[in-house]
Design a protein around this ligand. Structure first.
Ligand SMILES: C[S@@+](CC[C@H](N)C(=O)[O-])C[C@H]1O[C@@H](n2cnc3c(N)ncnc32)[C@H](O)[C@@H]1O
Length: 292
């Protein structure tokens, strides 16, 4: 990110920190530049917030008062209004680095609208936004199926994708009732959906943690997961709609060999179109920064 980042203390707001590993790398990077300030992880899951703080702050001497975990769903506009108020009260006019990493954006039905909402509610001219998304160099039905296959071939993903059903319902999960569907979403992305089908031949009653029941009719489906791999035009359009521009070098990883589809990850440092344009500096992640 180098000289594309503002100087001086930089507060770090991590939207969906997960296990906190990437936040650790980022906080260390800021620390090495003498820029560390407040760390504000924001997640819908209390468990993730707990994990993230433990991992991210390892070996860093961040005063407890500079860590402000916030539990909320950042896809809701009213929650973003509240979050924005909390952040502004905490940091004043000092710049904030936001992040949305791990292709989290692709999990939302209205991904483009979500990015626009986040930029609109949170991003001021002095702030920056680090966005990590999965990309594809090719777009065809066959490549979309290959994207779905990537997920299908992973036993760990199968465990992960059924874990919410396991945790929140009493459904007896049949792994053969999962389908992985890869489709082309206009010219913007490849879309992957993982779907659970009721193939028992009868209606099943699902018991939820509060002991209420919901019917799961025969042949009905539950969508367990949504993800995407974006095309270059898809990314450009999404950034334009969110009224953000690239503030630094794009960092791409994992582009493929000739015999495999060209999937990879892209890390973008963004700023509001209202921000004064910063010249793109050298790629800070080439040697030692956080990796996708
Ligand atoms: C795909 S993980 C990414 C984790 C991490 N950023 C990484 O790159 O490894 C998504 C994270 O976002 C959180 N999350 C997903 N949807 C959310 C929402 N609507 N509001 C708040 N947190 C959300 C999840 O709990 C999880 O921690």
């Amino acid at each position: 990110m180098g000289n594309a980042l503002p100087d001086g203390p930089l507060h770090y707001v991590s939207l969906g920190p997960g296990t906190g590993q990437k936040d650790q790398a980022l906080l260390r990077y800021l620390d090495s530049r003498g820029q560390s300030a407040c760390y504000i992880p924001v997640d819908v899951s209390a468990e993730m917030l707990r994990l993230a703080q433990r991992e991210a702050l390892q070996h860093l001497h961040v005063p407890a008062g500079d860590v402000l975990p916030v539990q909320l769903d950042f896809s809701l506009p009213r929650n973003l209004d509240r979050l924005s108020t909390v952040i502004r009260r905490t940091v004043g006019d000092e710049p904030v680095l936001y992040s949305l990493l791990g292709n989290t954006l692709a999990n939302f039905d209205s991904d483009s609208q979500l990015l626009a909402l986040l930029a609109d509610k949170l991003l001021r001219p002095q702030d920056r936004f680090l966005l990590e998304i999965a990309n594809t160099a090719d777009q065809s039905d066959a490549v979309a199926r290959a994207a779905a296959q990537e997920y299908e071939n992973s036993p760990r993903f199968r465990e992960f994708v059924t874990s919410a059903l396991m945790q929140y319902t009493d459904l007896r999960i049949d792994m053969n009732s999962l389908t992985y569907e890869g489709t082309v979403e206009d010219d913007r992305a490849l879309k992957v959906k993982v779907i659970y089908h009721n193939r028992t031949g009868e209606q099943v009653e699902l018991t939820l943690p509060d002991r209420s029941t919901v019917p799961f009719p025969d042949r009905d489906t539950i969508r367990l997961y949504l993800s995407r791999k974006y095309t270059q035009p898809g990314v450009e359009k999404m950034l334009a709609e969110a009224r953000v521009v690239k503030a630094g070098q794009v960092h791409d990883t994992g582009h493929a060999a000739f015999d495999r589809p060209a999937f990879g990850m892209t890390l973008l440092l963004l700023q509001s179109t209202e921000a004064p344009r910063t010249p793109a500096g050298p790629d800070p992640f080439a040697a030692s920064g956080p990796r996708a």
